[in-house]
Design a protein around this ligand. Structure first.
Ligand code: HGY
Ligand code: MN
Ligand code: MN
Length: 405
């Protein structure tokens, strides 16, 4: 089960050139030309493996390795789209690692087909929601609803699909594999601190994202006394600090990563602020509590003489992975003589929706310094290889299980 490290790194390096910015960060928004170029490269690599290449109604790319056609496949994969100025491994490792794993399987036949999937729009950095491809595959969101999603400039998801330039009739997006596993960088510091190469993911946190607009009163920065101001930015700032305090108190996380000030003159009191909050928790009850506090804070800051509008962008429930798949990751790590620990994921992944329809888990590898969603996201090459090795072993075991339960 030898993973070709040179080929694995070459694929990651090639993908890292697509959408790379001056700061070294990767920007590949869903269904952008950069996303399509990366997908085109992967399509070519899947074809080199001799896989049956198909796409589905929402643009998930699927490469199938043959097995008994009457049996649902074992599926693995991840995404190629990124956050703005993100890292080179978040997503691509799960796709390129799957290619490396299938190359390591060589001509070994399996009972079940193995399907590699490139999910569309995992990051939600263009359309209002993320995990789009897996939400369609699991039936969590109807295809029609996904097609109707619009980006900030009003382009519909369905129209944007043309960027992929797929030929031929798409297959149905909805499908339930026999099992699903996703190789991914941890994006946190637990494995590095424990000095372990592999994590078996037991659960994935949920999230709430809300878009909020604060309407204040643009006015002269020099001539307006403090007591006569309705500063939209100060109201937003009070709200952000309130979310931080509530998240610390509840033991979860809250972020406002996107914030725009208008009119944006250095000598004008901000009249309007548009921002998006991202609230996460491992338990639904904690997520509810943080969301309630965030909404209460919106009432509170209106004492500054501002008005507020808010709308829910997305809510994804936290979800467990499956014992059968978690144990499969642990067995594959043990068979490769690797240390492994069970752990939850604070980041959202496509595996969350896949776990709604089949036994699913994830293989984590350490993130250097626990960093991700930034240009310095990185993982030691040997850990990239070890994660792909565990993936190959998992696929081999599960693709030779003929039972249906
Ligand atoms: O936001 C997330 O957790 C993931 O990277 N989409
Ligand atoms: Mn991400
Ligand atoms: Mn990811």
């Amino acid at each position: 089960m030898n993973i070709n490290q040179e080929s694995l790194i070459a694929d990651l390096d090639r993908l890292a050139q697509i959408g790379r910015g001056a700061d070294g960060g990767i920007t590949r928004r869903a269904l952008s030309f950069e996303d399509a170029e990366a997908r085109g490269y992967v399509k070519q690599r899947l074809a080199q493996l001799g896989l049956e290449i198909r796409h589905d109604e929402v643009g998930n790319l699927r490469g199938r390795r043959p097995g008994r056609r009457d049996l649902p496949p074992v599926m693995t994969g991840s995404h190629l789209d990124s956050v703005p100025s993100g890292g080179r491994l978040d997503g691509p490792l799960g796709v390129v690692g799957a290619i490396a794993a299938l190359e390591a399987l060589g001509s070994v036949q399996t009972v079940r087909p193995i399907e590699v999937v490139v999910f569309v729009g995992e990051e939600g950095s263009r359309f209002p929601r993320g995990t789009i491809g897996s939400a369609a595959m699991s039936g969590h969101v109807a295809v029609q609803k996904i097609w109707e999603l619009r980006d900030p400039s009003g382009v519909s998801f369905r129209d944007a699909l043309a960027t992929y330039g797929d030929e031929g009739e798409p297959i149905a997006a909805r499908s339930a594999p026999f099992a699903f596993v996703e190789l991914h960088v941890e994006q946190g510091g637990v494995l590095e601190a424990d000095r372990l190469p592999i994590g078996a993911v037991t659960a994935i946190a949920g999230l709430v994202q809300r878009a909020v607009t604060f309407f204040g009163d643009a006015n002269h920065a020099g001539a307006t006394p403090m007591h006569l101001r309705h500063d939209a930015l100060l109201a937003a700032a009070e709200w952000c600090l309130g979310i931080e305090a509530a998240a610390r108190e509840l033991g979860c996380v809250g972020t406002v990563g996107k914030l725009e000030v208008q009119p944006g003159g250095k000598n004008i009191i901000p009249g309007r602020v548009d921002c998006i909050c991202d609230l996460r928790a491992a338990e639904a009850s904690t997520l509810d509590a943080l969301d309630r506090r965030a909404l209460q804070l919106l009432e509170q800051v209106q004492k500054r003489g501002v008005t507020v509008e808010e709308r829910l962008l997305q809510r994804v429930e936290p979800g467990p992975m499956h014992e059968r798949a978690i144990a499969g990751v642990e067995r594959a790590a043990a068979a490769a003589g690797l240390g492994c620990r069970r752990m939850p994921s604070g980041a959202i992944h496509d595996a969350l929706h896949m776990a709604e329809i089949c036994p699913a888990s994830m293989i984590f590898v350490p993130s250097i310094g626990g960093r991700s969603h930034c240009p310095t996201e990185d993982t030691e090459p040997r850990h990239l290889v070890l994660g792909s090795t565990v993936l190959a072993r998992f696929l081999l075991e599960f693709a030779n299980l003929a039972d249906e339960n």
